[in-house]
Design a protein around this ligand. Structure first.
Ligand SMILES: *Cc1c(COP(=O)(O)O)cnc(C)c1O
Length: 463
Protein backbone atom coordinates (compact mmCIF):
# COMPACT_ATOMS: atom_id res chain seq x y z
CA UNK A 1 0.00 0.00 0.00
CA UNK A 2 1.52 3.29 -1.10
CA UNK A 3 0.97 5.97 1.58
CA UNK A 4 0.26 8.51 -1.18
CA UNK A 5 -2.81 6.53 -2.28
CA UNK A 6 -6.19 7.82 -1.10
CA UNK A 7 -8.10 5.61 1.35
CA UNK A 8 -10.69 4.57 -1.22
CA UNK A 9 -8.11 3.14 -3.63
CA UNK A 10 -7.08 -0.37 -2.62
CA UNK A 11 -3.95 -1.90 -4.11
CA UNK A 12 -5.33 -4.46 -6.58
CA UNK A 13 -4.30 -8.11 -6.68
CA UNK A 14 -4.14 -7.73 -10.43
CA UNK A 15 -3.51 -4.31 -11.98
CA UNK A 16 -4.82 -5.61 -15.32
CA UNK A 17 -8.34 -6.43 -14.11
CA UNK A 18 -11.40 -4.54 -15.26
CA UNK A 19 -13.60 -3.48 -12.35
CA UNK A 20 -17.22 -4.49 -12.78
CA UNK A 21 -19.54 -1.59 -13.59
CA UNK A 22 -16.73 0.79 -14.49
CA UNK A 23 -15.98 -0.29 -18.07
CA UNK A 24 -18.16 -0.66 -21.20
CA UNK A 25 -20.28 -3.81 -21.47
CA UNK A 26 -18.32 -5.27 -24.39
CA UNK A 27 -14.79 -4.66 -23.08
CA UNK A 28 -12.60 -7.76 -23.04
CA UNK A 29 -9.00 -8.86 -22.83
CA UNK A 30 -7.97 -10.71 -25.99
CA UNK A 31 -5.96 -13.94 -25.69
CA UNK A 32 -2.81 -11.86 -26.05
CA UNK A 33 -3.95 -9.58 -23.22
CA UNK A 34 -4.93 -6.56 -25.25
CA UNK A 35 -8.15 -4.68 -24.53
CA UNK A 36 -10.93 -4.84 -27.09
CA UNK A 37 -14.26 -3.04 -27.05
CA UNK A 38 -17.14 -3.60 -29.42
CA UNK A 39 -14.96 -6.34 -30.93
CA UNK A 40 -12.25 -3.82 -31.89
CA UNK A 41 -8.75 -4.14 -30.50
CA UNK A 42 -7.21 -1.10 -28.85
CA UNK A 43 -4.17 -1.28 -31.13
CA UNK A 44 -6.34 -1.35 -34.26
CA UNK A 45 -8.32 1.67 -33.06
CA UNK A 46 -5.16 3.59 -32.19
CA UNK A 47 -3.60 2.73 -35.53
CA UNK A 48 -6.64 3.72 -37.55
CA UNK A 49 -7.68 6.89 -35.70
CA UNK A 50 -4.57 7.95 -33.82
CA UNK A 51 -4.52 8.81 -30.13
CA UNK A 52 -6.18 10.14 -28.15
CA UNK A 53 -9.42 8.69 -29.41
CA UNK A 54 -12.72 8.41 -27.58
CA UNK A 55 -14.35 5.03 -28.21
CA UNK A 56 -18.07 4.54 -27.57
CA UNK A 57 -19.60 1.09 -27.12
CA UNK A 58 -22.71 1.56 -29.23
CA UNK A 59 -24.67 -1.40 -27.87
CA UNK A 60 -23.94 -0.28 -24.31
CA UNK A 61 -25.39 3.18 -24.99
CA UNK A 62 -28.46 1.81 -26.75
CA UNK A 63 -29.07 -0.76 -24.03
CA UNK A 64 -28.83 1.85 -21.25
CA UNK A 65 -31.17 4.19 -23.10
CA UNK A 66 -33.74 1.46 -23.65
CA UNK A 67 -33.39 0.15 -20.13
CA UNK A 68 -33.76 3.60 -18.60
CA UNK A 69 -36.95 4.28 -20.53
CA UNK A 70 -38.37 0.90 -19.58
CA UNK A 71 -37.41 1.36 -15.91
CA UNK A 72 -39.30 4.66 -15.58
CA UNK A 73 -42.26 3.56 -17.71
CA UNK A 74 -42.61 0.36 -15.68
CA UNK A 75 -42.28 2.16 -12.36
CA UNK A 76 -44.94 4.71 -13.36
CA UNK A 77 -47.27 2.07 -14.81
CA UNK A 78 -47.34 0.26 -11.46
CA UNK A 79 -49.12 3.34 -10.12
CA UNK A 80 -51.35 3.68 -13.16
CA UNK A 81 -49.24 6.56 -14.46
CA UNK A 82 -46.83 7.25 -17.27
CA UNK A 83 -43.29 8.55 -17.65
CA UNK A 84 -41.12 9.77 -20.44
CA UNK A 85 -37.35 9.99 -20.63
CA UNK A 86 -35.31 12.72 -22.29
CA UNK A 87 -31.64 12.15 -23.04
CA UNK A 88 -29.65 15.16 -21.77
CA UNK A 89 -27.77 16.01 -24.94
CA UNK A 90 -25.23 18.12 -23.14
CA UNK A 91 -23.56 14.90 -21.92
CA UNK A 92 -22.58 14.15 -25.53
CA UNK A 93 -24.62 14.74 -28.67
CA UNK A 94 -24.04 13.94 -32.30
CA UNK A 95 -26.59 13.04 -34.98
CA UNK A 96 -25.74 9.38 -34.46
CA UNK A 97 -26.31 9.57 -30.70
CA UNK A 98 -29.61 11.37 -31.32
CA UNK A 99 -30.71 8.53 -33.62
CA UNK A 100 -29.80 5.91 -31.02
CA UNK A 101 -31.96 7.76 -28.50
CA UNK A 102 -34.92 8.02 -30.87
CA UNK A 103 -34.63 4.33 -31.67
CA UNK A 104 -34.72 3.56 -27.94
CA UNK A 105 -37.89 5.62 -27.56
CA UNK A 106 -36.28 8.56 -25.77
CA UNK A 107 -36.75 12.28 -26.32
CA UNK A 108 -33.88 14.76 -26.41
CA UNK A 109 -33.03 17.66 -24.14
CA UNK A 110 -30.93 20.51 -25.47
CA UNK A 111 -29.55 23.63 -23.84
CA UNK A 112 -28.06 25.70 -26.66
CA UNK A 113 -28.56 26.61 -30.30
CA UNK A 114 -25.82 24.18 -31.31
CA UNK A 115 -27.44 21.25 -29.50
CA UNK A 116 -30.85 22.24 -30.84
CA UNK A 117 -29.62 22.40 -34.43
CA UNK A 118 -27.82 19.06 -34.05
CA UNK A 119 -31.03 17.41 -32.88
CA UNK A 120 -33.14 19.04 -35.62
CA UNK A 121 -30.60 18.21 -38.32
CA UNK A 122 -30.65 14.60 -37.09
CA UNK A 123 -34.42 14.64 -37.78
CA UNK A 124 -35.48 14.50 -34.16
CA UNK A 125 -39.13 15.58 -34.29
CA UNK A 126 -39.43 19.05 -32.73
CA UNK A 127 -42.17 17.90 -30.36
CA UNK A 128 -39.71 15.38 -28.89
CA UNK A 129 -37.19 18.07 -27.95
CA UNK A 130 -37.03 19.94 -24.63
CA UNK A 131 -35.05 23.16 -24.26
CA UNK A 132 -33.30 24.25 -21.06
CA UNK A 133 -31.02 27.01 -20.00
CA UNK A 134 -30.90 30.08 -17.80
CA UNK A 135 -30.13 32.55 -20.60
CA UNK A 136 -31.60 31.39 -23.87
CA UNK A 137 -31.20 34.15 -26.41
CA UNK A 138 -34.11 35.74 -28.24
CA UNK A 139 -32.92 34.20 -31.50
CA UNK A 140 -32.66 30.76 -29.88
CA UNK A 141 -36.20 31.12 -28.56
CA UNK A 142 -37.45 32.30 -31.96
CA UNK A 143 -35.94 29.22 -33.58
CA UNK A 144 -37.30 26.88 -30.90
CA UNK A 145 -40.81 28.30 -30.94
CA UNK A 146 -40.76 28.59 -34.73
CA UNK A 147 -40.13 24.87 -35.19
CA UNK A 148 -42.75 23.93 -32.58
CA UNK A 149 -40.52 22.57 -29.84
CA UNK A 150 -42.20 20.18 -27.41
CA UNK A 151 -41.38 22.05 -24.21
CA UNK A 152 -39.27 24.97 -23.12
CA UNK A 153 -38.15 25.04 -19.50
CA UNK A 154 -38.46 28.66 -18.42
CA UNK A 155 -35.90 29.97 -16.02
CA UNK A 156 -36.76 33.63 -15.32
CA UNK A 157 -39.61 36.17 -15.44
CA UNK A 158 -37.86 37.94 -18.33
CA UNK A 159 -37.93 34.74 -20.32
CA UNK A 160 -41.67 34.26 -19.73
CA UNK A 161 -42.34 37.62 -21.39
CA UNK A 162 -39.93 36.87 -24.25
CA UNK A 163 -41.57 33.55 -25.02
CA UNK A 164 -44.99 35.13 -24.89
CA UNK A 165 -44.02 37.93 -27.30
CA UNK A 166 -42.35 35.56 -29.76
CA UNK A 167 -45.15 32.98 -29.70
CA UNK A 168 -47.73 35.71 -30.18
CA UNK A 169 -45.82 37.18 -33.10
CA UNK A 170 -45.52 33.73 -34.69
CA UNK A 171 -49.21 33.09 -34.10
CA UNK A 172 -48.59 30.01 -32.02
CA UNK A 173 -48.71 28.78 -28.45
CA UNK A 174 -45.66 27.41 -26.62
CA UNK A 175 -45.78 24.72 -23.94
CA UNK A 176 -43.53 25.55 -21.00
CA UNK A 177 -42.33 24.02 -17.76
CA UNK A 178 -41.25 26.23 -14.89
CA UNK A 179 -37.90 25.33 -13.38
CA UNK A 180 -37.81 25.49 -9.60
CA UNK A 181 -35.09 25.28 -6.99
CA UNK A 182 -36.46 22.81 -4.50
CA UNK A 183 -33.88 23.82 -1.89
CA UNK A 184 -32.39 20.34 -2.05
CA UNK A 185 -28.78 20.59 -3.06
CA UNK A 186 -27.33 17.30 -4.17
CA UNK A 187 -23.64 16.66 -4.16
CA UNK A 188 -21.71 13.64 -5.26
CA UNK A 189 -22.70 11.03 -2.72
CA UNK A 190 -25.34 12.68 -0.61
CA UNK A 191 -27.53 15.73 -0.44
CA UNK A 192 -27.91 18.47 2.07
CA UNK A 193 -30.95 20.62 2.37
CA UNK A 194 -30.27 24.32 2.18
CA UNK A 195 -32.77 27.05 2.97
CA UNK A 196 -31.29 29.32 0.37
CA UNK A 197 -30.08 28.12 -2.98
CA UNK A 198 -27.55 30.73 -4.04
CA UNK A 199 -27.28 29.70 -7.70
CA UNK A 200 -28.39 30.90 -11.09
CA UNK A 201 -30.98 28.34 -12.16
CA UNK A 202 -34.73 28.52 -11.85
CA UNK A 203 -37.28 30.09 -9.54
CA UNK A 204 -37.59 29.62 -5.81
CA UNK A 205 -40.75 27.71 -4.85
CA UNK A 206 -42.39 31.03 -3.88
CA UNK A 207 -41.39 32.89 -7.05
CA UNK A 208 -42.55 29.98 -9.18
CA UNK A 209 -46.12 30.43 -8.01
CA UNK A 210 -46.33 33.98 -9.34
CA UNK A 211 -44.50 32.98 -12.53
CA UNK A 212 -47.13 30.31 -13.16
CA UNK A 213 -49.91 32.81 -12.42
CA UNK A 214 -48.40 35.16 -14.99
CA UNK A 215 -48.03 32.38 -17.59
CA UNK A 216 -51.67 31.45 -17.11
CA UNK A 217 -52.65 35.01 -18.07
CA UNK A 218 -50.74 34.79 -21.33
CA UNK A 219 -52.71 33.40 -24.28
CA UNK A 220 -49.60 32.29 -26.21
CA UNK A 221 -47.90 30.38 -23.40
CA UNK A 222 -49.24 27.13 -22.01
CA UNK A 223 -48.12 26.06 -18.55
CA UNK A 224 -47.67 22.28 -18.46
CA UNK A 225 -45.81 21.67 -15.21
CA UNK A 226 -42.87 22.11 -12.90
CA UNK A 227 -39.29 21.10 -13.52
CA UNK A 228 -36.59 20.42 -10.97
CA UNK A 229 -33.02 19.14 -11.40
CA UNK A 230 -31.11 18.74 -8.16
CA UNK A 231 -27.64 18.01 -9.46
CA UNK A 232 -25.47 15.37 -11.03
CA UNK A 233 -23.63 12.13 -10.18
CA UNK A 234 -26.14 11.40 -7.39
CA UNK A 235 -26.14 7.85 -6.02
CA UNK A 236 -29.24 7.42 -3.85
CA UNK A 237 -32.94 8.24 -4.06
CA UNK A 238 -33.16 10.30 -0.88
CA UNK A 239 -32.34 13.64 -2.54
CA UNK A 240 -34.89 13.01 -5.29
CA UNK A 241 -37.49 11.93 -2.75
CA UNK A 242 -37.03 15.06 -0.64
CA UNK A 243 -37.06 17.28 -3.71
CA UNK A 244 -40.17 15.62 -5.17
CA UNK A 245 -41.99 16.10 -1.89
CA UNK A 246 -41.25 19.85 -1.81
CA UNK A 247 -42.09 20.34 -5.47
CA UNK A 248 -45.35 18.39 -5.16
CA UNK A 249 -46.51 20.73 -2.45
CA UNK A 250 -46.32 23.58 -4.95
CA UNK A 251 -47.72 21.34 -7.68
CA UNK A 252 -50.81 20.71 -5.54
CA UNK A 253 -51.32 24.43 -4.91
CA UNK A 254 -51.04 25.15 -8.62
CA UNK A 255 -53.82 22.65 -9.36
CA UNK A 256 -56.17 25.21 -7.84
CA UNK A 257 -55.60 27.48 -10.86
CA UNK A 258 -55.75 24.97 -13.70
CA UNK A 259 -54.30 21.71 -14.95
CA UNK A 260 -50.69 20.68 -14.22
CA UNK A 261 -50.26 17.60 -16.38
CA UNK A 262 -46.48 17.09 -16.12
CA UNK A 263 -43.70 16.90 -13.54
CA UNK A 264 -40.07 16.76 -14.67
CA UNK A 265 -37.62 15.63 -11.99
CA UNK A 266 -34.44 16.07 -14.03
CA UNK A 267 -31.48 13.73 -14.30
CA UNK A 268 -28.28 13.31 -12.37
CA UNK A 269 -28.11 9.56 -11.76
CA UNK A 270 -24.56 8.58 -10.85
CA UNK A 271 -22.17 6.13 -12.52
CA UNK A 272 -19.06 4.30 -11.34
CA UNK A 273 -15.89 6.14 -12.30
CA UNK A 274 -13.86 3.94 -9.97
CA UNK A 275 -14.52 0.68 -8.15
CA UNK A 276 -15.22 2.73 -5.02
CA UNK A 277 -18.37 4.15 -6.63
CA UNK A 278 -21.47 2.01 -6.13
CA UNK A 279 -24.42 3.56 -7.95
CA UNK A 280 -27.83 1.89 -7.67
CA UNK A 281 -29.25 0.11 -10.70
CA UNK A 282 -31.50 2.35 -12.76
CA UNK A 283 -34.52 0.13 -12.00
CA UNK A 284 -34.03 0.62 -8.26
CA UNK A 285 -33.67 4.37 -8.70
CA UNK A 286 -36.72 4.57 -10.95
CA UNK A 287 -38.83 2.54 -8.52
CA UNK A 288 -37.63 4.52 -5.52
CA UNK A 289 -38.26 7.92 -7.07
CA UNK A 290 -41.58 7.06 -8.71
CA UNK A 291 -42.86 5.30 -5.56
CA UNK A 292 -42.00 8.42 -3.56
CA UNK A 293 -43.91 10.61 -6.00
CA UNK A 294 -46.89 8.24 -6.00
CA UNK A 295 -46.97 8.11 -2.18
CA UNK A 296 -46.75 11.87 -1.92
CA UNK A 297 -49.58 12.29 -4.44
CA UNK A 298 -51.71 9.73 -2.59
CA UNK A 299 -51.10 11.50 0.72
CA UNK A 300 -52.22 14.76 -0.86
CA UNK A 301 -55.17 13.14 -2.60
CA UNK A 302 -54.09 14.31 -6.05
CA UNK A 303 -53.55 12.44 -9.31
CA UNK A 304 -49.99 11.53 -10.18
CA UNK A 305 -48.88 13.80 -13.05
CA UNK A 306 -47.12 12.38 -16.06
CA UNK A 307 -43.47 12.16 -15.04
CA UNK A 308 -40.40 13.10 -17.03
CA UNK A 309 -36.71 12.43 -16.40
CA UNK A 310 -33.64 13.61 -18.24
CA UNK A 311 -30.51 11.57 -17.57
CA UNK A 312 -27.34 12.06 -19.59
CA UNK A 313 -24.35 10.62 -17.78
CA UNK A 314 -26.03 7.38 -16.67
CA UNK A 315 -26.90 6.55 -20.28
CA UNK A 316 -23.64 7.29 -22.05
CA UNK A 317 -20.93 7.80 -19.42
CA UNK A 318 -19.79 4.22 -18.82
CA UNK A 319 -20.01 3.36 -22.51
CA UNK A 320 -16.96 5.46 -23.40
CA UNK A 321 -13.25 4.90 -22.98
CA UNK A 322 -10.43 7.16 -24.09
CA UNK A 323 -7.30 5.58 -25.53
CA UNK A 324 -4.06 7.48 -25.07
CA UNK A 325 -0.44 6.64 -25.85
CA UNK A 326 2.14 6.92 -23.10
CA UNK A 327 4.91 9.36 -24.03
CA UNK A 328 7.04 9.59 -20.91
CA UNK A 329 7.08 8.19 -17.39
CA UNK A 330 8.74 9.79 -14.39
CA UNK A 331 9.02 8.53 -10.81
CA UNK A 332 8.56 11.37 -8.34
CA UNK A 333 9.66 10.95 -4.73
CA UNK A 334 7.33 12.66 -2.30
CA UNK A 335 8.03 13.51 1.34
CA UNK A 336 5.20 11.99 3.38
CA UNK A 337 6.20 13.57 6.71
CA UNK A 338 7.46 10.30 8.19
CA UNK A 339 9.51 9.11 5.27
CA UNK A 340 9.11 9.22 1.56
CA UNK A 341 7.07 7.48 -1.08
CA UNK A 342 7.13 7.30 -4.82
CA UNK A 343 4.45 8.13 -7.32
CA UNK A 344 4.94 7.25 -10.96
CA UNK A 345 3.80 10.02 -13.31
CA UNK A 346 2.61 8.59 -16.62
CA UNK A 347 2.26 11.29 -19.27
CA UNK A 348 -0.08 10.70 -22.19
CA UNK A 349 -0.78 12.51 -25.46
CA UNK A 350 -3.97 14.30 -24.38
CA UNK A 351 -5.26 15.71 -21.12
CA UNK A 352 -7.45 18.56 -19.96
CA UNK A 353 -8.33 19.49 -23.55
CA UNK A 354 -10.09 16.16 -24.12
CA UNK A 355 -11.28 15.64 -20.53
CA UNK A 356 -11.42 18.66 -18.27
CA UNK A 357 -13.37 17.02 -15.44
CA UNK A 358 -10.37 16.15 -13.24
CA UNK A 359 -9.09 19.73 -13.52
CA UNK A 360 -12.55 21.25 -13.16
CA UNK A 361 -14.09 19.16 -10.39
CA UNK A 362 -11.28 16.97 -9.08
CA UNK A 363 -13.07 14.06 -10.76
CA UNK A 364 -11.56 10.61 -10.26
CA UNK A 365 -11.20 8.01 -13.02
CA UNK A 366 -9.86 4.50 -13.60
CA UNK A 367 -7.20 3.42 -16.08
CA UNK A 368 -5.60 0.26 -17.42
CA UNK A 369 -2.81 -0.54 -19.83
CA UNK A 370 -4.76 -1.32 -23.01
CA UNK A 371 -2.10 -2.77 -25.28
CA UNK A 372 -0.99 -5.67 -23.07
CA UNK A 373 -1.18 -7.25 -19.66
CA UNK A 374 1.76 -7.33 -17.31
CA UNK A 375 2.76 -9.36 -14.26
CA UNK A 376 4.90 -6.50 -12.91
CA UNK A 377 4.04 -5.40 -9.36
CA UNK A 378 1.48 -2.61 -9.25
CA UNK A 379 2.72 0.95 -8.88
CA UNK A 380 0.76 3.98 -7.75
CA UNK A 381 0.50 6.22 -10.79
CA UNK A 382 -0.90 9.57 -11.74
CA UNK A 383 -1.79 9.73 -15.40
CA UNK A 384 -1.19 13.28 -16.61
CA UNK A 385 -1.62 15.09 -19.89
CA UNK A 386 0.63 17.17 -22.11
CA UNK A 387 -0.77 20.61 -21.25
CA UNK A 388 1.03 23.48 -19.56
CA UNK A 389 -0.68 23.19 -16.17
CA UNK A 390 0.22 21.04 -13.20
CA UNK A 391 -3.54 20.48 -12.73
CA UNK A 392 -3.63 18.78 -16.14
CA UNK A 393 -4.53 15.42 -14.64
CA UNK A 394 -6.15 12.56 -16.54
CA UNK A 395 -6.37 9.98 -13.74
CA UNK A 396 -5.38 11.30 -10.33
CA UNK A 397 -4.95 8.01 -8.49
CA UNK A 398 -4.59 4.54 -9.96
CA UNK A 399 -2.47 1.42 -9.67
CA UNK A 400 -0.98 0.23 -12.96
CA UNK A 401 1.62 -2.45 -13.64
CA UNK A 402 4.89 -0.82 -12.63
CA UNK A 403 6.55 -1.57 -15.97
CA UNK A 404 4.30 0.84 -17.89
CA UNK A 405 6.51 2.38 -20.59
CA UNK A 406 6.40 4.86 -23.46
CA UNK A 407 4.48 3.36 -26.38
CA UNK A 408 1.97 1.56 -24.17
CA UNK A 409 -1.66 2.40 -24.83
CA UNK A 410 -3.60 3.44 -21.75
CA UNK A 411 -7.40 3.24 -21.59
CA UNK A 412 -9.33 5.56 -19.27
CA UNK A 413 -12.82 4.35 -18.31
CA UNK A 414 -16.19 6.14 -18.16
CA UNK A 415 -15.34 9.02 -20.49
CA UNK A 416 -18.55 8.81 -22.53
CA UNK A 417 -20.22 11.79 -20.82
CA UNK A 418 -18.91 15.33 -20.38
CA UNK A 419 -15.47 14.73 -21.87
CA UNK A 420 -15.84 15.16 -25.65
CA UNK A 421 -18.76 17.46 -24.85
CA UNK A 422 -16.50 19.74 -22.80
CA UNK A 423 -13.38 19.43 -24.95
CA UNK A 424 -11.35 22.52 -25.80
CA UNK A 425 -8.43 23.53 -27.98
CA UNK A 426 -6.28 24.61 -25.05
CA UNK A 427 -2.63 24.86 -26.09
CA UNK A 428 -3.88 24.59 -29.70
CA UNK A 429 -4.47 20.90 -29.32
CA UNK A 430 -6.93 19.46 -31.87
CA UNK A 431 -9.96 17.75 -30.32
CA UNK A 432 -9.93 13.96 -30.78
CA UNK A 433 -12.30 11.87 -32.86
CA UNK A 434 -15.18 9.99 -31.30
CA UNK A 435 -15.57 6.50 -32.73
CA UNK A 436 -18.52 4.15 -32.25
CA UNK A 437 -17.65 0.46 -32.07
CA UNK A 438 -19.99 -2.47 -32.48
CA UNK A 439 -19.64 -6.12 -33.54
CA UNK A 440 -16.06 -5.73 -34.70
CA UNK A 441 -16.67 -2.56 -36.68
CA UNK A 442 -15.75 1.02 -35.94
CA UNK A 443 -16.91 4.28 -37.46
CA UNK A 444 -16.28 7.91 -36.74
CA UNK A 445 -19.32 9.69 -35.29
CA UNK A 446 -17.45 12.91 -34.60
CA UNK A 447 -14.46 13.75 -36.73
CA UNK A 448 -11.20 14.56 -34.97
CA UNK A 449 -9.76 17.99 -35.63
CA UNK A 450 -6.55 18.55 -37.53
CA UNK A 451 -3.91 21.23 -37.18
CA UNK A 452 -5.30 22.68 -40.42
CA UNK A 453 -8.70 23.04 -38.73
CA UNK A 454 -7.04 25.12 -36.03
CA UNK A 455 -5.05 27.28 -38.45
CA UNK A 456 -8.12 27.82 -40.61
CA UNK A 457 -9.70 29.91 -37.86
CA UNK A 458 -6.87 32.43 -38.00
CA UNK A 459 -7.53 34.94 -40.78
CA UNK A 460 -3.94 36.18 -40.48
CA UNK A 461 -2.67 32.93 -41.91
CA UNK A 462 -2.88 32.90 -45.70
CA UNK A 463 -2.42 29.36 -46.87
C1 LIG B 1 -27.08 18.38 -16.74
C2 LIG B 1 -28.52 18.27 -16.67
C3 LIG B 1 -29.13 17.03 -16.82
C4 LIG B 1 -28.37 15.75 -17.00
O1 LIG B 1 -27.54 15.46 -15.92
P1 LIG B 1 -26.80 14.03 -15.85
O2 LIG B 1 -26.00 14.12 -14.60
O3 LIG B 1 -25.95 13.93 -17.06
O4 LIG B 1 -27.85 12.99 -15.81
C5 LIG B 1 -30.50 16.98 -16.79
N1 LIG B 1 -31.24 18.10 -16.63
C6 LIG B 1 -30.69 19.31 -16.50
C7 LIG B 1 -31.54 20.49 -16.32
C8 LIG B 1 -29.32 19.45 -16.51
O5 LIG B 1 -28.77 20.64 -16.36
Amino acid sequence: MNPLAPDWLAEPDDANDLAAGVWPDTIRRTKKGELSVGGMKASALAERYGTPVLVLDELHVRERAERTRRAFETAAARHGGSARVYYAGKAFLTSEVARWMLAAGLNIDVCSRGELETALAADVPAERIGFHGNNKSVSELERAIGVGLGTIVVDSPIEVERISAIAERLGTSQRVLVRVRSGVHADTHDFLATAHEDQKFGFSLEEAESAVARIRELPSVEFVGLHCHIGSQIFGVSGFRESASRVLELHERLLGGGPVPLLNLGGGFGIAYTRADTPAEIEALADGIVDAVANECAARGIDMPELAFEPGRSIIGSAGITLYEVGTTKPVVVDTGDGSAERLYVAVDGGMSDNVRPALYGAQYSARIASRTSEAPAALVRVVGMHCESGDIVVDNEYLPGDVVPGDLVAVASTGAYSAAMASNYNHVPRPAVVAVRDGEARVILRGETIDDLLARDPGLVR
